[in-house]
Design a protein around this ligand. Structure first.
Ligand SMILES: [Zn+2]
Length: 449
C-alpha cells in the first residue's frame, strides 16, 4: 500500500517516549510509525534531517470573532496557529441569545468554510436558559464543555456576562452527568478586586503593574479554592483556565490526590512575562493579569512537577490597542505563532522541561481532558495525522505582522516549527501557510462524538 506522505529520519517524540524513525500517513490518518526504512512508499517523502516530529499542538483556549468578524478570524488566525505548529484549536465562545443550537450551526458552518486546521468549541454560560439547555446542547452539538466567568465586572467592555456561584453549582450538576463533561472557570474574585481597584484608580497610576496590583493573586487563589469545593460537592470535572498563580497547580494536585477531577491550564505569557518587564506597557493588559517573577517561577515549578495539565494560549485578536487608559484598555493578546518556541526556549532549553512533558501538556493531556484522545494528541496508527516538525536549532526573533497585540516582539527564541500537518494535509512549510488549505479544517465537536 502506498502512503500519501512519509516523514523519515526524525526524532519522533510523544508523551511517553521517543525514537529515531518516521511516520507514514494515508487518507488523513497515521498509517505507520516506525524505523525510516520500514515505512511504506509514499507519494511525498520528507527527509526530516534529524529534526523533532511531535503530535500537532492542541490549543484548547482561544477567542475568535470577538473584535474582527468571525469568518475573517477563522481564516487569518487558523493560519497563525498553523505557523505555530498548532493543528487543532478550541474556541471559548459566547452567545447571549436564549439558545446555543442555531449559534452552533452558524459558527460551525462559517468555521468549516474558512479554517485551515481542525477546531472545536466550548460554550460560555451567559444566562440561566443555557444551563437548562445543556442536555439539548450535548445532543445537537456534541459540546460537553462549558465555561463560567468570574473576573469581569457587570459593565465590562467585552460584554461578558459574569457568573455567580448559583450558576456554577447548577451547571456543575448538569455537566457531572455527561461522559466527557467539563466545567471551565475563569477564577478571580471580582468583588474584592473592585474594592482594590478604587484605591488604584485614585492613585492615578497607568503602568501595567497597577493593573496587576488591582487584581491581586489572592483573588484568583480564593476563587480556585471555592470552585474546587463546588467540584467536590457536585462530582463535576473542573478545568482551571488561564491560571496565572503558582498556587493553582498545587491546589489542583491536592484535589486530584483526594480523587477529584481538577486540571490546570496556564498560558505561555504567565510563564514568560511579568507585569514589571520594562518593555511592556498597558497594551500588555491581560485577564487575569501578568504576575511577578515569584509567581512565574512558581508556575514553572508546577509545570516541571507535572502539576500543569495543559497550555492554552488565550489568543484573542483585538483591534490595535490605543494605549491611552489602563483601566478601559481591552485585556488580551495573541500568541499562536510563538506558543511552541516560547515553551521550548523557556521550558525545554532554559529549565530542563523534557520534550515528553512538553508533548503531554501541548497535545496528549488537552485531548484527554476534552474527550478526543487518542484520535487527537497521540501518534497511534489510525488516528488523525496531526503533526508538527520542529527545528530545535533554529533561532530567530519574534516579528508580528498579523492581528492583535504581541508581547514578544523582538524576543529571541530557539526551536521553531518548520512544518505543520493537519489530518495529513501539509498546512504550513517553508515559512508559508498553504492558502488552498482554508476550508479544509473540520469542526470536531459534533453530535454523537
Ligand atoms: Zn480566555
Amino acid at each position: 500500500m502506498k502512503a500519501d506522505l512519509a516523514i523519515r529520519n526524525a526524532r519522533v517524540v510523544d508523551h511517553s517516549g521517543e525514537f529515531f524513525g518516521g511516520i507514514a500517513v494515508k487518507d488523513g490518518k497515521i498509517l505507520m510509525v516506525g524505523a525510516s526504512d520500514a515505512l511504506p512508499q509514499a507519494k511525498r517523502v520528507i527527509d526530516a534531517e534529524g529534526r523533532c516530529l511531535l503530535p500537532g499542538v492542541i490549543d484548547t483556549h482561544c477567542h475568535l470573532g470577538v473584535a474582527y468578524p468571525y469568518d475573517e478570524d477563522m481564516r487569518t488566525e487558523t493560519a497563525q496557529a498553523a505557523c505555530g505548529g498548532i493543528s487543532t484549536i478550541f474556541l471559548y465562545i459566547r452567545n447571549k441569545k436564549e439558545s446555543y443550537l442555531p449559534f452552533y450551526d452558524e459558527r460551525r458552518g462559517i468555521g468549516e468554510e474558512n479554517a485551515c486546521i481542525d477546531f472545536g468549541f466550548h460554550f460560555g454560560i451567559q444566562r440561566e436558559e443555557h444551563i437548562r439547555e445543556i442536555p439539548a446542547i450535548v445532543e445537537h452539538t456534541g459540546v460537553q464543555s462549558f465555561k463560567l466567568y468570574f473576573g469581569y465586572e457587570p459593565d465590562n467592555p467585552i460584554g461578558i456576562v459574569p457568573a455567580n456561584d448559583g450558576w456554577v453549582y447548577a451547571t456543575m450538576l448538569q455537566v457531572a452527568k455527561l461522559p466527557q463533561g467539563v466545567v471551565s472557570v475563569h477564577c478571580e474574585n471580582t468583588a474584592i478586586a473592585s474594592w482594590v481597584k478604587r484605591d488604584m484608580l485614585a492613585s492615578g497610576r497607568q503602568d501595567l503593574g497597577a493593573y496587576t496590583e488591582s487584581r491581586p493573586a489572592f483573588c484568583e487563589v480564593e476563587t480556585i479554592k471555592r470552585m474546587i469545593f463546588l467540584a467536590e460537592r457536585t462530582g463535576c470535572a473542573l478545568q482551571l483556565v488561564h491560571t496565572s498563580v503558582g498556587a493553582g497547580p498545587d491546589l489542583a494536585a491536592e484535589a486530584r490526590a483526594k480523587g477529584l477531577d481538577v486540571t490546570v491550564e496556564t498560558c505561555p505569557h504567565y510563564l514568560t512575562r511579568t507585569c514589571y518587564d520594562e518593555d511592556l506597557d498597558m497594551t500588555a493588559k491581560i485577564s487575569p493579569p501578568l504576575r511577578d517573577r515569584e509567581q512565574l517561577e512558581w508556575l514553572w515549578r508546577g509545570a516541571l512537577a507535572d502539576k500543569v495539565n495543559s497550555i492554552g494560549s488565550d489568543h484573542v485578536p483585538f483591534l490595535p490597542k490605543k494605549g491611552e487608559d489602563l483601566w478601559t484598555e481591552f485585556p488580551g493578546v495573541v500568541s499562536f505563532p510563538w506558543e511552541l518556541p516560547l515553551l521550548i526556549t523557556h521550558g525545554v532549553i532554559n529549565r530542563g522541561l523534557s520534550l515528553q512533558q512538553l508533548v503531554r501538556m501541548n497535545s496528549c493531556a488537552p485531548a484527554k481532558r476534552f474527550g478526543y484522545y487518542p484520535r487527537k494528541g497521540s501518534l497511534e496508527p489510525n488516528t488523525d495525522a496531526d503533526l508538527v516538525l520542529v527545528d530545535l536549532e533554529e533561532e530567530r526573533e519574534v516579528e508580528h505582522e498579523g492581528r492583535g497585540t504581541c508581547i514578544y516582539e523582538g524576543m529571541k527564541l530557539k526551536g521553531w516549527p518548520v512544518m505543520t500537518v493537519s489530518n495529513g494535509r501539509v498546512v504550513y512549510e517553508n515559512g508559508e501557510v498553504d492558502d488552498r488549505q482554508h476550508g479544509q479544517g473540520v469542526c470536531i465537536t459534533r453530535p454523537g462524538r
